[in-house]
Structures are given as C-alpha cells and as structure tokens.
Design a protein around this ligand. Structure first.
Ligand code: SAH
Ligand code: SF4
Ligand code: F3S
Length: 441
C-alpha cells in the first residue's frame, strides 16, 4: 500500500459549497487521499470558491499567493480551484496564477479524481462543462463513517430566475432537481451515519420538482416522505424564493413536527421600483402577504432574509422602503450586503451606480435595525424552555453547543454523550448571536 496522499480543502461561500467540498473529499478519499487541517503538509490543495461578490472572488487570488512558498518548497504539490470562481473565470485563473494546476466548475466534480491524477509538473487541466450525466452518481460516498448530527443534502441546483445582480444562474447553471429516490437513499445513509438533522439545499430549493416513483414530487412532498425516516429528527431547507413558496409547503410548516420553524426567505429590497429593476418578480406587498400566510400556518416561525443596499438607482426613499419592510416583518436573523457589480450580470452595466460611501452608510443603518430586531427575538426566548439538538463541544469545559428549532445556537452544560440528541433547556441569557441555557428535565 502506498502512503495516503494528503488533501487540504478550504471552502468559501454558501452551504452548497460546504456540501460539495464534503463530496469531493469522499470522492478523492476513494482515490487514496485523506483530509488534513493545514495546507503546509498537503499533497493537494483545493480552494472551493465563491463568486457572489467582488470581495469574495478577489480573496481567492490573495489566498493563492499565500501558497506560493509551499509550491516552491514542494513542486509536485497540486493546487486546484473549484466552485463558482472556477466556473466564471476558467482558464483565466491559470493565466493570473500559473501555479494553479486544475480548475473545475461545480458541474464537473465527478471528473475531479481523474483530473487530479493527470495534472502536475506543468500539465494543467480546466473543466467548466455542464455535462449531461448526474455528477452525484459518480461521486462515491466512501466507507460508513460516523457523521456530525447535522448535515447538508443538495436536492436542487442552479437557478433560472436571473435576478439582475446575481452570478448564480451563470456559475451554477440552469435549475435541476435531483430524483426523489436518490435523495431519500442519501438521507437514509446519512441517518445511518448518525445524522439527526438534514438541511436540504438548493439555490431555489422550494422550486424543487424532482422525479418521484409516482410522478413529480414537490419540496413539500419530499419533506413529508423524509419525515417518515426514523431517527431523522429535524428537517430544514434553504434558500427559498418568495415566488416558489407554494401553499403545500406553507401548510407543511403547520403540520410536520420535524420541519423546523425557521425560514430563510430573501427579499433583497423593500421598494417596488428596485424590486422590478432587480427582476425579482414580486412586490413588497406580495412578499408581506406571503409572510402573513406563513405565520398563519406556523405563528412562531423565525424568519430570515437577505438584503442588498445600494442597488443601481436606489434613492434614499427606496432605501427607506427597505427599512419599513424590515419593521413590518421583524426578522429573527438576516444577511445584508452592499451591492457589488458582477461582470456579465445586467445590473453591472447600469449608469445609475450608487456611490460607495452612500452604500456603506445605508448598510450600517440597515444592519443596526436588523441587529435590534434579532436581539428582540432572542430576548423573547429568555426564560422559556425550548428543545435543543446538541451538536458539538463548546469552548468551555463541559459546555456543549446545540441549536434551537429557530437555528439559533445555544450554549449549555450537558453530558457529551448527549450529542446527537434533543434535550430541553431553559434559556438564561441572550448573547450576540447565541443563547445560554441550562438543561432541564
Ligand atoms: N437564492 C440564492 C441566493 C444566492 S446569493 C441562494 O440559494 O442562496 C445569496 C445572497 O447574496 C443573495 O440573496 C443576495 O442578497 C446576495 N447577493 C447576490 N448577488 C449580489 C451582488 N451582486 N451584490 C451584493 N449581494 C449579492
Ligand atoms: Fe441569484 Fe436570484 Fe437565483 Fe437567488 S433567485 S440564485 S438571488 S438569481
Ligand atoms: Fe457563492 Fe456560488 Fe454559492 S457564487 S454563494 S458559492 S452558489
């Protein structure tokens, strides 16, 4: 037997990249690679990248620069770039950073082990195809190893929405749903490995419409079937588009105990003029009506959102409409960003770009409001007894970290053997992005 080769993977961007990295590690594992925590002694380094904002994409080049001494010291070290920057920039990456040996786009990961074996010593390979075959069929899962209690599972990939600011339809391609039975089998396999919570992933996860044994399954149907898996305790999904939030999925939030009361439902902006310019195809009012409908089905649902400030043409009045919408919805948690011009997207060429200082100032105001609402949500849980799925050890001795049904992390002192189980805790304190609690019977 030859020495195992060492693989270092660094993951950027969204949860789908986290899932993809796991799949690449297990596929390369079948090829003799074991994962290591530092790049210094690796035989291959993979950067699984994100192209969503300029900063995210540019970071990759500085990161690659840091690997230069490693490559000089060990010329047969292989360096690969995967993910959305790989898809968007392809060959250009090697032109800019000649020490990169391979570039693989998200739809070609099943070819990675083969490519990895061929590159090195000056030979480079780039694959940014969108092949016909199902990459997941060719990405082996490896031996049954015990897994952490919470796992991601991609059910849908790509996007046909073409929001005017967004690269995802170009980097991930057209919307594709995986067949329902493959997802069911993968979920059962994860549960056998110790997984107790599964988060279903897709860029437009609620548009899921996969082939099932008795016709096309919606996301609601898929979740209903997954909920029948014994020992799978919790189900989540992300990210949803408001226009694909069908009634059966809303109803599922009211009827399925295993479906967690948390929904990430990005709105981006509160001004109808800006929503139209963004090609979002919904209004602030239709979005708010949807929120009311969801809250009717599950009154305690925690809502989360994404926001972009300073989209081209956004006036102070438009921005005010975003603040107003936040006041109405009161998100439990949210992500907000300054608009970033992305090459090749329609909004990048618009003449009405908002100055950087205006964007910064608006972002600060929006984030102050969102933080206030988040703190209020967290405070509302103090003194309550809530169920927590314990996931891992905390930093302090005896401390464990779990998650509430609302996804919010909870710190609690408990026996480590309880990791992977749900315990009841009484919330004692709200911290910045977590709760502290005490175990109760
Ligand atoms: N539906 C997707 C959204 C992906 S991008 C999903 O599955 O997650 C995540 C968020 O990044 C978007 O909701 C949007 O708020 C933000 N974003 C996308 N493009 C952006 C850009 N050009 N500038 C700033 N933020 C952007
Ligand atoms: Fe991007 Fe819009 Fe598609 Fe989300 S729905 S991935 S923001 S284009
Ligand atoms: Fe980034 Fe690609 Fe995800 S651009 S957010 S890694 S889909």
């Amino acid at each position: 037997m030859s020495e195992p080769k060492k693989l270092f993977v660094k993951t950027y961007g969204c949860q789908m990249n986290v899932y993809d990295s796991e799949r690449m590690v297990s596929a390369l594992g079948s090829d003799g690679y074991t994962e290591v925590d530092t790049p210094e002694d690796a035989d291959m380094i993979l950067l699984n990248t994100c192209h969503i904002r300029e900063k995210a994409a540019e970071k990759i080049y500085s990161e690659l620069g840091r690997f230069r001494p490693l490559k000089n010291a060990k010329p047969d070290l292989k360096i690969g770039v995967t993910g959305c920057v790989a898809q968007a920039e392809g060959q250009e990456i090697i032109a800019r950073q000649p020490m990169v040996d391979l570039v693989v786009g998200p739809q070609a990961y099943h070819r990675l082990p083969d490519m990895a074996a061929k590159v090195g010593n000056g030979k480079t390979l780039v694959d940014t195809d969108f092949p016909e075959e199902d990459k997941f069929d060719h990405l082996p899962r490896g031996p049954k190893m015990k897994r952490a209690p919470s796992a991601f599972l991609t059910v849908q990939e790509g996007c046909d929405k073409f929001c005017a600011f967004c690269v995802v339809p170009y980097t991930r391609g057209a919307e594709v749903s995986r067949p329902a039975e493959k997802i069911m089998a993968e979920a059962r396999d994860l549960v056998e490995r110790g997984v107790r919570e599964i988060t279903l992933l897709g860029q437009n996860v609620n548009a899921y419409h996969g082939a099932g044994p008795d016709g096309v399954w919606s996301l609601a149907r898929l979740i209903t079937e997954l909920a029948k898996i014994e020992n799978l305790l919790r189900i989540r999904f992300t990210t949803s588009h408001p226009n694909d939030m069908d009634q059966d999925l809303i109803d599922a939030h009211g009827t399925l105990d295993k479906l967690m009361p948390y929904l990430h439902l990005p709105v981006q902006a509160g001004s109808d003029k800006i929503l139209k310019a963004m090609n979002r195809k919904h209004t602030a009012e239709s979005y708010f009506a949807l929120i009311e409908n969801i809250r009717a089905a599950r009154p305690d649902i925690a809502l989360s959102g994404d926001f972009i400030v300073g989209f081209p043409g956004e006036t102070e009045e438009d921005f005010q409409a975003t603040l107003d919408l936040c006041e109405k919805v009161r998100y439990a948690q949210a992500y907000s960003f300054k608009y970033s011009e992305r090459p090749g997207t329609p909004a990048a060429d618009r003449k009405t770009q908002v100055p950087e200082d205006v964007k910064s100032e608006r972002l600060a105001r929006l984030q102050a409001l969102l933080s206030k609402h988040q703190a209020e949500f967290q405070e509302s849980l103090v003194g309550k007894t809530i169920p927590v799925l314990l996931e891992k050890h905390g930093r302090l001795d005896g401390q464990l970290i779990g998650r509430s049904e609302y996804l919010l992390p909870v710190h609690v002192l408990a026996n480590a053997e309880k990791i992977g189980t749900i315990i009841n805790v009484k919330v004692e304190r709200s911290d910045r992005n977590s709760l502290s609690a005490r175990e109760v019977e």
